[in-house]
Design a protein around this ligand. Structure first.
Ligand SMILES: Cc1ncc(COP(=O)(O)O)c(C=O)c1O
Length: 356
């Protein structure tokens, strides 16, 4: 019987990857970044399988509330902070930790001085997205210190280009972060996955891994295997037909691929309607029966085609791995002109999920 595309999640891979991260940053606490449904891997299932971390980080209040409703007890940081009084009340009610990254957020806390809350102050050391300017730090610290119910436990910043190890902006950001004058007892957090594996001097008190926890390399020139990581997700489907095409015949919409010789094509039940990237180019690797075959022709909504060659060793019903432990997602992403983060986030509702 044919079935829909499946995303399989190997929870032992998550704990393995956490172990690698702990070994790499042995003196730091680990905050697992599980925003955007844990980069598409399932926020509650991921948090539960990762109960060995020290805290979690999400982007939105709703994500944190979903975790609390599922019984998650550990600290949860809201990376984008609070936008209004309703969010502030919900954060207090659910015992969340919030980022403060601009004056509007500081004003919001000051107008509600009896709400007890822990916060992380976010500094802009060079990314110029969220975070206060370096010279604003003394003012923020003194205004926050005046709020009896607010504790500033940690100062954080975020790298703009840590995955390009040699970029000098990384050195500049570390230098600026190190130079901050902080009250005693305040902790520091800077490193994402790429910095965890490339910049030990950026580890400080807390590291904040996302992509590496899911077993994916943050670098274009070092594989997950090089880093000792194992993929959490494997995305699979089935071969639904095999057909012969003659030399010169094209396959799929737009006739973008033509057979250079008489060959066999396997059609697989998965397309952009399942989250397979429509921009995957001819030649993108697909694993079937211990062999990698090249994608042939444009990705459709429900199907892709691969070139099996003139003597096919594949039959209807065989499993095709689109990415995962046998077919690195980094390569599929590179062939699709995107990054693995986007691929995992875009797995659609139609895909059946199995957690093992
Ligand atoms: C503030 C912050 N810290 C940490 C991370 C984790 O980054 P990565 O998934 O590259 O490890 C992110 C992700 O975008 C982030 O926004």
């Amino acid at each position: 019987m044919t079935r829909a595309a499946i995303a399989r999640f190997d929870q032992s891979a998550l704990t393995h990857n956490l172990g690698i991260i702990r070994k790499t940053a042995p003196n730091s606490k680990v905050m697992a970044v599980i925003k955007a449904n844990a980069y598409g891997h399932g926020i509650v299932e991921t948090a539960q399988a990762l109960n060995g971390v020290d805290a979690y980080a999400v982007a939105h209040l709703e994500e944190a509330v979903a975790l609390r409703n599922a019984g998650v007890q550990k600290d949860i940081l809201l990376l984008q902070g609070l936008l209004n009084e309703d969010e502030l009340s919900a954060a207090v009610k659910h015992r969340l930790t919030t980022c403060v990254h601009d004056t509007a957020q500081l004003d919001l806390l000051e107008s509600n001085t009896n709400s007890a809350l822990d916060c992380w102050l976010k500094i802009d050391t060079g990314m110029h997205r969220l975070g206060i300017r370096l010279q604003e730090l003394p003012t923020f610290l003194s205004r926050l210190a005046a709020l009896k119910h607010i504790g500033v436990s940690t100062i954080m910043s975020h790298f703009a280009n840590a995955n390009v190890v040699e970029d000098e902006i990384n050195d500049l950001q570390i230098k600026r972060f190190k130079q901050l004058a902080l009250p005693t007892g305040v902790q520091r957090s800077l490193a994402n996955s790429a910095a965890i594996f490339s910049r030990a001097e950026s580890h400080f008190d807390w590291v904040r891994p996302g992509i590496s926890l899911y077993g994916i390399s943050p670098f274009s020139d070092r594989s997950a295997q090089d880093l000792g990581l194992k993929p959490f997700m494997s995305f699979e489907s089935q071969v639904i037909t095999i057909k012969q095409v003659k030399q010169g015949e094209s396959v799929g919409y737009g006739a973008l691929w033509c057979a250079e010789q008489d060959t066999y094509i396997a059609v697989i039940r998965a397309g952009y309607g399942d989250g397979y990237p429509r921009h995957a180019q001819n030649g993108t690797p697909v694993w079937i029966n211990n062999k990698i075959f090249p994608l042939a022709g444009r990705v459709s909504m429900d199907m892709i085609s691969v070139d099996l060659g003139p003597t096919p060793s594949v039959k209807i019903g065989d499993t095709a791995q689109l990415w995962g432990d046998k077919n690195p997602i980094e390569q599929v992403a590179a062939m699709s002109n995107t990054i693995p983060y986007e691929l995992t986030c875009k797995i659609t509702q139609r895909v059946t999920r199995h957690y093992v």
